[in-house]
Design a protein around this ligand. Sequence first.
Ligand code: FPP
Length: 250
Amino acid sequence: MGKGETEQSLIEMLDRERIPVHLAVIMDGNGRWAEKRGLPRAAGHRAGAEALRELVHFCAELGVKYITAYAFSTENWKRPRAEVDQLMALLVEYLYRELDEMDQQDVCFRAIGNPEDLPPEARQALADAVQRTRGNSGIVVNLALNYGGRRELVEAMRRLGAEIKAGRLEPADIVENTVQSHLYTAGIPDPDLLIRPAGEHRISNFMLWQAAYTEFWMTPVLWPDFGRVHLAQALLDFQRRERRYGGLNV
Ligand code: FPP
């Protein structure tokens, strides 16, 4: 059986009624992918951006409603300046290159994190992509940019504190939904499935609140090699699991 057939048969096994609403992905292993080929790390990021493009198209076909992709963390500033610059340039290139096609396919771009701290060109490209696609009703692609889960919680707490101080909120009235509505992901359901490639088994400060009941799927495959066949495997595995949310499902 050829590669295409394997992929096709996996896709046919999917239960189209139980596709995750929200898929989150930590795009890891770009550097290792490049090193294995004797290429600069930037080539790995470029191939990683291509893998994201494929993922978005496949998810849109399958009916996934939201993808959140970890593109740049609050910790990624610690990388060498040249690599940070390359990642930002790639983001700008990616957004402008993909915008027409994604817009035609009804993709809606959004960002979570603190993109206001990105370099001006990246901020502008993101603002253009968000503005242009804001009315689209297809798949929502949330780019986590300068994102940190702890920072997200700190900011939510600060805003809640300010509302209490202003007399608009009573501490006793804070419930889970109050916190949820102060996160970057306000209004978006929690991820059903989180994919972490490249053999890592960490949450890496990603969606700490939102991942409370998220199913994890890990694979040694490096992100640039992650394709339809891997997504189909992840979804089949997800569909075999029983989600109990702490209950018994008897
Ligand atoms: C982690 O791999 C990946 C990143 C820090 C950046 C992810 C960015 C992209 C896939 C491309 C840019 C995104 C867009 C939206 C254009 P790593 O470099 O840590 O890999 P390693 O662990 O093998 O070194």
